[in-house]
Ligand binder design. Structure first.
Ligand code: GUN
Ligand code: ZN
Length: 442
């Protein structure tokens, strides 16, 4: 019988707990329970039968045979782009110019910025994502508003003001000192807010829209602020790579451009990282860089295929990202499915994909001591999912072996399977409440 500290008020969440561990295996506990204290920490995760019922339980939520998973971690997506999902027909550079940049320019208006940030974070938690690593826009005020909204929604965010000072449309071009000062001000205001629920990421968009000065000054700023992140794009499309070669002819490769400017180190997050040679992978490994694999986006823009097994074998840390709006939806279940589909010769299994969307993402962000799996001592970020909410899934799926349940979630799951989303034990989304609200509004 597992006894826990009696001095705190505890809440029990009963259900079928499925959580990856660091060896890539699953903890799979039917009739399990998650016991959460009033600080939102997990004090017990195991079979309900092994929990000492004399503990000081305030409430018991019984989800029956529904699934309790760790909160999903989206390691790369763009807040202002929620309005331009599904705009296809172009490769990256033309797509940015035609659809993305005009949508981002609109965030100069704070009323619009508030509307979009509210939409974005509501959509994120509705999809079961408890932490998003988010690109805002170049606008300081819009980014400040985005942090305010994330704060009140109650989710986690690693976010930053985008930095762009060249090869950008006039409405999205800033001067270097404003870019640095704006980033620094936001970092000082928000980094570490609410005991680390909100964190700052210095966010140079990519090498194409950054001068050499911007990258090196950004690198210095990032290294001067411990615990902050540096978030950018790397080697996504061939046309982009050719342009970077023209702009930085002395660098061996795109990876080398970032290396020379001090942007490769622990706590960076490099989205896409598709077109890399072996030496690039060595450098990424040596510098302890982290990657975000965005398969739905890579499909959508026909950017190429991420070397999933190559990167894994090299021991480079990586998570998965929706990359909205190049990724057409925020559901990480859909992104997991696409990660498997896009590999022409490899099978990726549901349990390893679940790892990438949870603990693998936490490891990539250096946050595995706090989040990513459901273990004693971690913060209670979790989602309750029920695959039967999605039509076309057999209604006795929850009584099937775990492998079959995960397979249904990964290959057929989307936003509909998410019943509730919790961060630090606080419910920040509930499907039933959301349905009732939307019927009142209608
Ligand atoms: N590279 C630079 N900016 C972007 C962006 O907004 N989306 C994607 N997919 N790639 C980028
Ligand atoms: Zn992106």
């Amino acid at each position: 019988m597992h006894a826990v500290n009696q001095s705190k008020e505890l809440t029990a969440y009963r259900g079928h707990v499925i959580s990856p561990n660091i060896n890539g295996e699953l903890n799979d506990i039917r009739e399990g329970v998650l016991i959460v204290d009033d600080h939102g920490k997990i004090v017990f995760c195991g079979p309900w039968a092994e929990f000492d019922r004399h503990s000081n339980l305030k409430e018991i939520h019984n989800f029956g045979d529904k699934i309790i998973l760790p909160g999903l971690i989206d390691t790369h997506l763009h807040l202002p782009q929620v309005t331009v999902t599904g705009k296809s027909g172009e490769h990256l550079m033309k797509w940015l110019e035609r659809f993305v940049f005009p949508s981002e320019a609109r965030c100069a208006d704070p009323h619009y910025a508030l509307k979009i940030a509210t939409w974005f974070f509501d959509e994120m938690v509705r999809n079961g994502t408890t932490l998003g690593v988010v690109f805002s826009t170049i606008h300081k005020q819009a980014t400040d508003i985005a942090f305010e909204v994330a704060n009140s929604v109650g989710c986690r965010a690693i976010m930053g003001k985008v930095m762009m000072n060249t090869n950008s449309p006039p409405a999205l071009t800033e001067n270097l000192s404003d870019s640095l000062q704006g980033s620094l001000d936001l970092c000082e205001k928000w980094h570490g807010h609410d005991d680390g629920r909100l964190l700052y990421a210095f966010t140079p968009r990519f090498a194409v829209t950054s001068t050499s000065d911007l990258m090196s000054e950004c690198g210095k700023l990032w290294h001067s602020k411990p615990g902050t992140y540096m978030h950018t794009h790397l080697a996504e499309s061939q046309e982009e790579i050719d342009f970077v070669k023209e702009l930085f002819p002395k660098a061996r490769t795109y990876v080398d451009v970032y290396h020379q400017h001090g942007l490769l180190a622990r706590n960076n997050i490099l989205a896409h990282a598709i077109h890399l040679d072996d030496q690039d992978l060595d450098v990424l490994k040596e510098t302890d860089s982290s990657l975000s694999h965005c398969p739905s986006s890579n499909f959508f823009l026909k950017s190429g295929v991420f070397g999933y097994r190559r990167v894994e074998k090299k021991g480079i840390r990586f998570g998965i990202g929706s990359d909205v709006a190049a990724g057409p939806q925020m559901s990480l279940f859909c992104v997991m499915k696409d990660a498997n589909y896009i590999q022409p010769d490899e099978w990726l299994y549901p349990s390893e994909l679940l790892y990438r969307a949870t603990l693998g993402g936490a490891v990539a962000l250096g946050l595995e001591d706090k989040i990513g799996s459901l273990d004693e001592g971690k913060e209670a970020d979790f989602v309750v999912v029920d695959p039967t909410h999605r039509t076309g899934i057999i209604d006795d799926i929850l009584s099937k072996p775990t492998e079959e349940i995960l397979s249904a979630l990964v290959f057929l799951g989307d936003d509909r399977v998410v019943e509730a989303t919790f961060v630090r034990g606080r419910e920040i989304f509930n499907r039933q409440n959301a349905l009732e609200l939307s019927s009142i509004r209608r």
